[in-house]
Design a protein around this ligand. Structure first.
Ligand SMILES: Cc1cc2nc3c(=O)[nH]c(=O)nc-3n(C[C@H](O)[C@H](O)[C@H](O)COP(=O)(O)OP(=O)(O)OC[C@H]3O[C@@H](n4cnc5c(N)ncnc54)[C@H](O)[C@@H]3O)c2cc1C
Length: 327
């Protein structure tokens, strides 16, 4: 489980980073906190010739409220900073709630929001050592040509298992992507492909630089619920984020995002329409929970059964709604 050999490149600034990415496109990977990348390299899941160490780029760190009411978060902002931000807790509480459940305190100190958004997808047949994968059979995500969890299929079902993206989807977040051609801004909901192999729409010479939360998403109540085996450290095996705004005892607006049960984090379609203008009852929470469970398509990519994970999406959605809508 030793690290393969690589050259570490330390760009002086963002322009330099983009230049180095373009120069070595195809044989370089971005190293932010390294909390996911380095263990994966030990498992020989990536063997890049170069690592672009962007950790020290101060221009990509920090939470900056903007004059127009939106907030900009640098891609290298540590998850601990997000979890403890008074500003975010007051205006966008679902994001720090989700951030504080990632991994463990040490990993949250190292791990960044950009790394969490760009996180690789996970599967029992993929996140294993080289020897394990060789013995049990390689898969379409890495080195092989078949899927062990959906035999006969050519789609990879490895699950996207980041905690903050469902919260960011609920907040209608945009991300900024830099490349030699300049910067582009995309909706986070358009960033993921839904395929476990190439799961992000990010070219080899691009990096995520900033996250934007719109002013219109400020002031919603937020709840995040997560299923994992060890409460102190593990990746989610099912996760539900909810934002909800009430007025006069009715739900004015609400959005629900789910994670770890599909190859992409997803907003639950139809949930907003079902909830808008109503006061929350047990039956309504149940109906929205059913909708969320229908959106979840977990396969046997983790230690818990797909049936249990889908059921927990239903249960968490119901509980989170009741918590968010309550007094
Ligand atoms: C034991 C353990 C438990 C964990 N538990 C959780 C958990 O509960 N929830 C969870 O969400 N995560 C978990 N993680 C994964 C990880 O710690 C977090 O997802 C973290 O946010 C990743 O950020 P990073 O900066 O360390 O990313 P890195 O490891 O540096 O990068 C991750 C990936 O994103 C790419 N990348 C990073 N930054 C950028 C950027 N700015 N632009 C483009 N690409 C980029 C990298 O090239 C790499 O492919 C866990 C990890 C470990 C080891």
């Amino acid at each position: 489980m030793s690290l393969p050999e690589f050259k570490l490149l330390r760009p002086r600034n963002l322009a330099d980073a983009v230049g180095q990415l373009a120069q070595h496109a195809g044989s370089i990977r971005i190293l932010a906190g390294g909390t996911d990348l380095l263990p994966s390299m030990r498992q020989k899941l990536f063997d890049s010739q170069y690592l672009l160490d962007i950790r020290h780029l101060a221009e990509l760190k920090g939470i900056r409220p903007q004059p127009d009411g939106c907030v900009e978060i640098g891609a290298l902002t540590a998850l601990t900073t997000i979890a403890h931000s008074d500003f975010l807790r007051q205006h966008y509480p679902v994001l720090p709630e989700a951030a504080k459940t990632v991994a463990s305190p040490v990993l949250r100190n190292m791990g960044t929001i950009g790394g969490n958004i760009c996180l690789d997808t996970r599967c029992l047949w993929y996140n294993q050592s080289f020897q394990w994968r060789k013995s049990c059979g390689f898969c379409i995500k890495k080195d092989g040509d078949l899927c062990h969890v959906a035999p006969g299929g050519m789609k990879c079902w490895a699950a996207f298992s980041g905690d903050t993206p469902p919260a960011l989807l609920c907040l209608n977040a945009d991300i900024e992507i830099a490349s030699p051609a300049g910067v582009r801004r995309v909706k986070l909901s358009d960033f993921y492909t839904g395929d476990g192999v190439i799961h992000r729409k990010l070219q080899l010479n691009e990096l995520v630089t900033r996250v934007f939360l719109p002013a219109s998403s400020s002031g919603y109540r937020g709840v995040y619920r997560k299923l994992r085996i060890r409460g102190s450290i593990d990746y989610p095996l099912a996760g539900v984020a909810i934002v909800l705004k009430r007025s006069n005892g009715h739900i004015e607006d609400a959005r629900i995002g789910i994670t770890a049960v599909n190859p992409a984090p997803l907003l639950v379609k139809g949930a907003t329409e079902l909830l808008k203008g109503k006061s929350l009852t047990e039956d309504l929470a149940e109906a929205v929970g059913d909708l969320a469970a229908q959106t979840a398509k977990p396969l046997t990519t983790s230690a818990l059964t797909p049936e249990y994970r889908r059921e927990m999406i239903r249960v968490f959605t119901k509980r989170a709604l009741i918590a968010a809508a309550g007094d």
